[in-house]
Design a protein around this ligand. Structure first.
Ligand SMILES: [Zn+2]
Length: 227
């Protein structure tokens, strides 16, 4: 692909144009670069048509994200609970359709069993450090648009249990044995569902949360990152 042709596939965006800015950066927000990626709309429409996501007490549709920028989703949802509402997301996460069954699957098959196994107590709430935000990866101006910009990612920073115990990624990753075991189990288990899983061992930007997303990478779109 010639340089000129590849340039035509670059869209330059700015977080300042987005209807929502989840990143807390003032001013116009950092600029980013993004490619036009047809799979995103195809995958979202297939998910919506499948009926796998339904409105409920804890899943609500919201106005389309995006508008003047490449960010957003056609039919985003605000999700305040997962696993049939047993586990709250606080604050509620703004997510595109495919992320909702993914979070649900991870919580039901990994997080809830790990909570029972390591602590004998149900998990009650997961603290959402970030979901939708029209911004470059790691907030680095000029970088590639984050999966958060497509509402295709969620950051979880803390797990709160029914008995009042809470375990943060920041403290628990190097906390006592059970905390370490629980957090490593939910981190490792996320790699079966999400295509990108980043935690404290990934880099300095992920010392206090797990980043989970459904990006497609590589020629086949199946390359996974789990670290
Ligand atoms: Zn993230």
């Amino acid at each position: 692909m010639s340089a000129l042709r590849s340039l035509t596939f670059l869209l330059i965006g700015s977080a300042g144009l987005a209807p929502l800015s989840g990143c807390g950066i003032g001013g116009g927000g950092p600029d980013f670069v993004a490619k036009y990626e047809p799979w995103r709309a195809v995958e979202e429409r297939q998910c919506l048509a499948s009926g796998v996501v339904r409105q409920s007490l804890f899943v609500h549709t919201r106005a389309a994200l995006g508008g003047p920028s490449v960010c957003g989703a056609e039919q985003p949802f605000v999700v305040s609970g997962t696993a049939s509402g047993r586990v709250q997301l606080n604050p509620p996460a703004t997510l595109r359709c495919p992320m909702i069954p993914a979070v649900d699957h991870w919580v039901q098959t990994v997080v809830e069993p790990a909570a029972r196994f390591h602590f004998g107590v149900p998990i009650q709430t997961m603290k959402v450090a970030a979901s939708y935000g029209c911004r470059p990866i790691n907030h680095v101006s000029g970088g590639k648009l984050s999966e958060h910009g497509h509402a295709n990612a969620i950051d979880i920073s803390e797990f709160q249990f029914a008995n009042g115990r809470s375990i943060s990624v920041k403290n628990g990753w190097r906390g006592d044995g059970r905390e370490q075991a629980f957090l490593r189990a939910v981190h490792r288990g996320a790699c079966d569902t999400f295509t990108t899983v980043l935690g404290p061992q990934a880099d300095a930007n992920h010392q206090d949360h797990f980043h989970l997303d459904l990006a497609r990478r590589g020629r086949s779109g199946t390359h996974r990152v789990c670290k």
